[in-house]
Design a binder for this molecule. Sequence first.
Ligand code: ATP
Ligand code: MG
Length: 439
Amino acid sequence: MRLSKYFLPTLKENPAEAQIVSHRLMLRAGMIRQTSAGIYTWLPLGFAVLRRIEQIVREEQEKAGAVELLMPTIQSADLWRETGRYDAYGPEMLRITDRHEREMLYGPTNEDMITDLFRQSVKSYRDLPLNLFHIQWKFRDEVRPRFGVMRGREFLMKDAYSFDVSAEAARRSYNRMFVSYLRTFERMGLTAIPMAAETGPIGGDLSHEFIILAETGESEVFLHSDLLALPAPGPEVSYDDDLAPVIRRWTDLYAATSDVHDAARFEAEVPEAKRMRARGIEVGQTFYFGTKYSKPMNAAVAMPDGTQAPIEGGSYGIGVSRLVGAIIEASHDDNGIVWPEPVAPFKVGLINLKSGDKDTDAACEDAYAKLTAAGVSVLYDDTDERAGGKFSNMDLIGLPWQLVIGPRGLKSGTVELKNRKSGERSEMTAEAALKKLTS
Ligand code: ATP
Ligand code: MG
């Protein structure tokens, strides 16, 4: 992509309305614009990151055996009446009346709708286990939308729903999602820690919030510090295995949100030197809720002995749009964003130090063409901006690599390659730089 043809409305000044660094940087880097409280337009750069995150989430869901579909954003109130949640949900639900005076709502979550789909379509134990997910916009009329996309009113969520014939089988489905979540967040360069949590309006009695530690986080958490050093289960752990012993490496170590925190247990189980009290950002939550939805909605399957069993369910959310902000909270410096490569909107920022200079233009065009042909995503700053402005802009938007080409270097046959994260710069031939970026 050539910057001269792109749409990247960056801001020089810090926007006054932004209280936390990710919000500030997303506005300054031209990633989002607010259209009304808690509702945002995703500008091209922000949208590119959102899509990369969404794709990682999708791939990891599919590896864990979940199947993608797409449910609508607008739902009928009738379904929510069947489960009793229409009245229970409260003012966070955006309620809409259509022209025929039918009560509708903008979905804050989809348990009711998917249980309805299930009961219409699945009749036998032979079709289970089943896990269906979608990545769809949600609306929750939050009392205090704030911190940009971290607590929006309209936000993108991945929500998966598991269906099983028994509590034991449902627990296996829960464990698959648990492992899948650890892998998903690790792929984005994040350390997300599963913590015992309250279930809230989703219900049920087993739940984990996946939390990234950050000073600006809204949740207060208590944990055993060894959890910070546990890597996600590697490829040697298969989804066909019994995932319980894996999972125990996390659940045996104390970690809880303040809602369910048990001070006496914390002190008894965690040595003093390992006790951590911190703040964090919830990027995902898993719930096992058993028959909470299947019983009122009569979602049952025929068992081998001919009896009908209500299905055992769980649901599993990931805050896809919140993750964009959360990743920035975890990865930035004084100059701007530092994207982990797997979620970066482009891998390389190509800086032309003297647009209009014949040799420099030619060298940049050559590098741009070769990188693009090799499948490397490049944002080429081909504008007339001063070099200083180009540098600070590139640092602000945080692409992992900067390839800097100017007349002076070209005279001695070199270009400069800068790593955004380490700040390390090295001079080398254009060929060597391209080789490094394409390897
Ligand atoms: P919170 O406690 O932050 O309000 P929640 O527990 O109500 O979130 P869930 O129902 O667990 O949210 O939704 C799944 C995920 O969706 C959350 O883990 C979070 O990452 C994301 N999410 C929830 N509410 C918002 C919001 N208002 N803006 C952005 N993301 C959100
Ligand atoms: Mg939650």
